[in-house]
Design a protein around this ligand. Structure first.
Ligand code: GTP
Length: 595
């Protein structure tokens, strides 16, 4: 165990985690220069394109130090808030962390939140300033921030560059010197922490684990504590660039297990693996069931594709257990699914994968959060869809989820950021200065207010100079009402939203105005109304137009006429018929487009 070092890299998005990890892989000859594609750790297409790490992975490097060979296990962590539970479990599998900070940017919101996770787990922190090759690096300023934050000496901060390779050797040496070897008793009953899993269409689900105590051998009969399921360990091994099978793994080791598991749902990140005979007496602490936080309806554009959509969702769920879905029907959109996601990025990824990998053409409704609705009869129901909110008369109170948000910005933008958060019903909890020019604002905010345009607005008002991170922070009662939209007197369920009572009137008005812009004129007047219960609070009208598309053709050129009709038909495909009104897809996202 003396020769093992388990570490992770924590960094804000784009601070260069993957690039530096690649450098370490090349330096330790884990990957040859020639095999080196950019960012080998980001294996999914989508990840490469977006340049972000979606799933965490692990890789083992061998490194010689003073005549001894060390096994360095690098556990990669995803950088986005949606996946913060996965980050916390990866961190729990390590004894040390590289804290990477872009020397041109300084400390950002995620640097801090991930650092706190690492400190909670008693990890040894090795601070690294990255991108030192850039002319606009401001190392002294960033060093001051780091010293302030973790209380280290200036000399301990390593200067590095993923681009030139500067500092890589020093980082590896420092890991061996500073990160403690794993503790644990190889003779004790098996206790291994699952920190990640991947789905492989040939081998089933592969779970990644770190052994805290005991040993695991091939063919052992093991049990996953939280799910209670038993498996034969068909293959175990360590992760190099490929999987390398081993017969035995022992306390301190990081490895993988393949045991014929078919669906991702069976492997829960944070779960404990133990033996069926002589099991450990308790599970590793910190396990949580990840719960979806953001919900939206996904509907096929063409109703005939419903079954295909279902099978695509089933397949996606095989390798992404955090996606949930159940059938739902909407008067406006027909049959589809109400899906639960970890967050907005997760939602976008699923939508993109449906379109790209499964060639589905879908409409996604406006995202919402889940509400706790206390009824007058004493019961409580969870509502995942605004149109599913019970009648106002039977509702006692509604509670909505809150987040604790940390926003780091330069002092020039404190005013606008503050206004944005207050406008979103935020309550300021703390304000502190990291340096004279940079402040951290901590807000309590309703999650429902940030699920749509908050992040974009934050970016635009701060011209990109604000970083944002959040954690769930319980439920709080709120005066929420359901705002419905009616088209020619007919309610369009997919356009219902829950909104705070105080904002309901202006909000209803803006919705009507926006829909008027988005719904094309048809051969009759269309009344657009916003209502709370039976009360109409706003109205707009789309005036009728009479247009014969073929009139221009003088009845002469038949092929031209056909072309025009074809074109019109195509246009129709992206429309949904609601009563007698044709509604374009983008109108279902109208609320996202309000100014
Ligand atoms: P996430 O996976 O999204 O968290 O990003 P990351 O932290 O892994 O960042 P990544 O390694 O993808 O680097 C982000 C960008 O910075 C890329 O365009 C890199 O080419 C660039 N970059 C990374 N390290 C350096 C460096 O040392 N110097 C310079 N000049 N550019 C760098």
């Amino acid at each position: 165990m003396d020769s093992i070092r388990n570490f992770c890299i924590i960094a804000h998005i784009d601070h260069g985690k993957s690039t530096l990890a690649d450098r370490m892989l090349v330096h330790t000859k884990t990957v040859g220069e020639r095999e080196m594609r950019d960012q080998v750790l980001d294996s999914m297409d989508l990840e490469q394109e977006r340049g972000i790490t979606i799933k965490s992975h692990a890789i083992q490097m061998d490194y010689e130090h003073e005549g001894k060979t060390y096994k360095l296990n690098l556990i990669d962590t995803p950088g986005h808030v949606d996946f913060s539970y996965e980050v916390s479990r990866s961190i729990a599998a390590c004894e040390g962390a590289l804290l990477i900070i872009d020397s041109t940017q300084g400390i950002q919101a995620q640097t801090i939140s991930n650092l706190y996770l690492a400190l909670e787990n008693d990890l040894e922190i090795i601070p690294v300033l990255n991108k030192m090759d850039l002319p606009n690096a401001i190392p002294e300023v960033v060093e001051d921030q780091v010293i302030d934050l973790i209380g280290c000496d200036r000399e301990e901060i390593i200067h590095a560059s993923g681009k030139t390779g500067m500092g890589v050797e020093e980082i590896l040496e420092r890991i061996i010197e500073k990160v403690p070897p794993p503790k644990g008793d190889p003779e004790a009953p098996l206790q291994a922490l699952i920190f990640d899993s991947v789905f492989n269409s040939f081998r089933g689900v592969i779970a990644y684990f770190k052994i805290l105590n005991g040993q695991i051998k091939t063919k052992d009969l093991v049990k996953f504590v939280a799910t209670g399921k038993q498996y034969d360990a068909d293959e175990i091994g360590v992760l190099k660039l490929n999987m390398v099978p081993k017969n035995v793994l022992s306390a301190g080791d990081v490895g993988y297990i393949i045991s014929g598991i078919k669906t991702a749902k069976e492997v829960k990140v944070g779960d404990t693996i133990t033996h069926v005979e002589s099991p450990c007496d308790k599970a590793i602490s910190g396990f949580e069931e990840v719960k979806p936080m953001v919900f939206a309806g996904i509907y096929p554009v063409d109703a005939d594709d419903y079954e295909d959509l279902r099978s695509a969702m089933d397949k996606l769920q095989l390798n992404d257990a955090s996606l949930t879905f159940e059938p739902e029907s909407s008067a406006a959109l027909g049959f589809g699914f109400r899906c639960g996601f970890l967050g907005l990025l997760h939602m976008e990824i699923i939508q993109e994968r449906l379109e790209r990998e499964y060639d589905m053409n879908v409409i996604t409704t406006v995202p919402n959060v889940s509400y706790l609705v206390h009824l007058t009869d004493g019961n409580t129901v969870r509502v995942y869809n605004p149109s599913g909110l019970p009648n106002q008369t039977v509702i006692d109170t509604i509670e909505e989820p809150y987040i604790r948000a940390s926003i780091i910005t330069s002092s020039d933008f404190i005013g606008p950021v503050m206004n944005l958060c207050l406008d979103k019903r935020g309550v300021l909890i703390n304000q502190s200065y990291l340096t004279a020019e940079r402040a951290e604002l901590v807000f309590n905010l309703p999650l429902g207010e940030i699920v749509f345009d908050f992040y974009d607005k934050l970016k635009s008002i701060s011209r990109g100079y604000a970083s944002f991170d959040y954690h769930m922070n319980g439920y709080k009662p709120a005066k929420l009402v359901r705002l419905d939209i009616l088209l020619n007197g007919e309610m369009v369920d997919a356009l219902s939203t829950l909104t705070h009572f105080d904002n309901a009137y202006p909000f209803g008005r803006r919705m009507c105005e926006k829909l008027k812009e988005l719904i094309p004129r048809q051969q009759f007047d269309i009344a657009i109304q916003a209502a709370i219960g039976a009360k109409i609070i706003a109205r707009e009208t789309v005036k009728a137009v009479r247009k014969d598309v073929t009139a221009k053709c003088y009845g002469g050129d038949i092929s031209r006429k056909r072309k025009l009709l074809e074109k019109q038909k195509k246009g129709k495909k992206r429309m949904k018929q609601v009563g007698n009104v044709e509604v374009p897809q983008n109108a279902f996202l109208a609320v996202l487009k309000l100014d």
